[in-house]
Design a protein around this ligand. Structure first.
Ligand code: SF4
Ligand code: SF4
Length: 375
């Protein structure tokens, strides 16, 4: 690598503290084989403190604590306090389970800046069905605890075929709970969501209606609630600039210490990713094969290499290319120039059928299912 194409620092550090989670969401973004990583394999407190320090020295400025459910770790407060001391902007991504009033106060004292609380739906029935737990009432309580401690609240709701028609009620609930931001994140079809894609991909009509209602609320609510609506990329003709570029700003450290350019990259074959137990964050970021493989355009197929749009999306997502085209160096099949684009068109065509597209039961994320799918 020459000095001129050396990437900037990993501005965004995502610390995936654990894959343990009391919920079992059918759209969970954790890898399908997550059960291969047990609690005994997780990095200990000391190792995480070292990662936080090394990444900060390198130039990381924002640190997200996620999982699984990060509150399962009883050292979360210690890690947040160190991240705060080091000058990170800290963010907790949580289902709310485990955020008792005592822990909320401890996290506030530790300097936590921001909490993102996820809901599965605005009805108790669907929220609890999709997460396979009785958590709706608890989440409402947690939302009040977040506000009582003076944090800005981001409410997150993953949107898909089963809840997209409730979009108006979801926005109303965010207003009623006092959220400042609402992230209506249309499902992206990876991991558990890919297994359940036929049940979860909305129709075009559903999507257009949801966008229209969202825009009506935006006009009505103004600055009272900022609403982000993330469109599912299957309905686009150009892919997303995944992670803002491979190894460009994002660094994910998984529960066992594997360092990745995005949280699903471990699925890519023929690529080894270093572990923070053996390699410094600096060497990982600048020198490892895993982080350098898809930087620049040397790896691209001719379709992308000669494309006038390549700087806009950098060929899209490497994981999606592998999952849908069987080749991580292919153009992302969301792109209508991709030879594998038909796979996306077929999934979208199936989603236009009225009613339930698939009679197959949803596969819920739990350790037993994980071990069956990926023994
Ligand atoms: S998506 Fe659901 S199951 Fe997966 S980590 Fe988040 S809360 Fe847990
Ligand atoms: S051909 Fe490649 S670079 Fe061009 S728009 Fe499609 S994915 Fe992006």
């Amino acid at each position: 690598m020459t000095a001129t194409d050396r990437p900037g620092p990993p501005l965004w550090l995502l610390a995936e503290l654990t894959y343990r989670c009391p919920l079992h969401c059918a759209f969970c973004y954790n890898p399908v084989d997550f059960a291969r990583t047990s609690a005994d394999d997780e990095l200990d407190t000391e190792a995480w403190l070292r990662v936080l320090n090394e990444a900060r020295v390198l130039g990381s400025v924002q640190c997200g604590f996620s999982g699984g459910e990060p509150l399962v770790r009883d050292d979360l407060e210690v890690l947040v306090a160190e991240a705060h001391r080091l000058g990170y902007y800290t963010n907790l991504l949580t289902s709310g389970v485990g955020l008792t009033e005592d822990r909320a106060e401890a996290l506030k004292r530790a300097g936590l800046d921001h909490i993102q609380l996820s809901f599965q739906d605005t009805t108790k029935e669907l929220n609890d069905f999709l997460s396979h737990t009785r958590t709706f009432d608890l989440k409402q309580k947690v939302a009040h605890t977040i506000k009582a401690n003076g944090w800005p609240m981001v409410m997150n709701c993953v949107i898909h075929r089963l809840n997209i028609d409730h979009i108006g009620q979801i926005i109303e609930m965010a207003v009623a709970l006092g959220a400042e931001y609402l992230e209506l994140a249309n499902n992206q079809y990876y991991s558990w969501a890919l297994l359940n894609r036929d049940q979860l991909l909305p129709s075009r009509e559903q999507l257009e209606r949801a966008e229209r209602i969202t825009n009506e609320y935006r006009a009505k609510l103004g600055d009272k609630l900022r609403i982000f609506f993330v469109v599912p990329d299957y309905y686009e003709t150009r892919p997303k600039k995944c992670m803002n570029g491979w190894g460009n700003v994002f660094l994910t450290v998984t529960p066992d210490g594997t360092a990745l350019p995005c949280h699903t990259a471990k699925m890519l074959p023929g690529l080894s990713f270093p572990n923070v137990r053996e390699t410094s964050v600096g060497e990982i970021w600048y020198d490892s094969e895993g982080f350098n493989r898809y930087r620049g355009d040397g790896w691209m197929s001719d379709t992308c290499k000669t494309c006038p749009d390549k700087e806009k999306d950098l060929g899209g997502c490497r994981c999606q290319a592998f999952m849908l085209a069987g080749d991580a160096a292919a153009p992302d099949p969301v792109c209508d120039k991709s030879p594998a684009h038909q796979v996306v068109l077929d999934a979208v065509a199936r989603a236009q059928r009225p009613g339930a597209v698939s009679t197959a039961p949803l596969v819920f994320r739990d350790p037993k299912a994980s071990r069956q799918i990926a023994p």
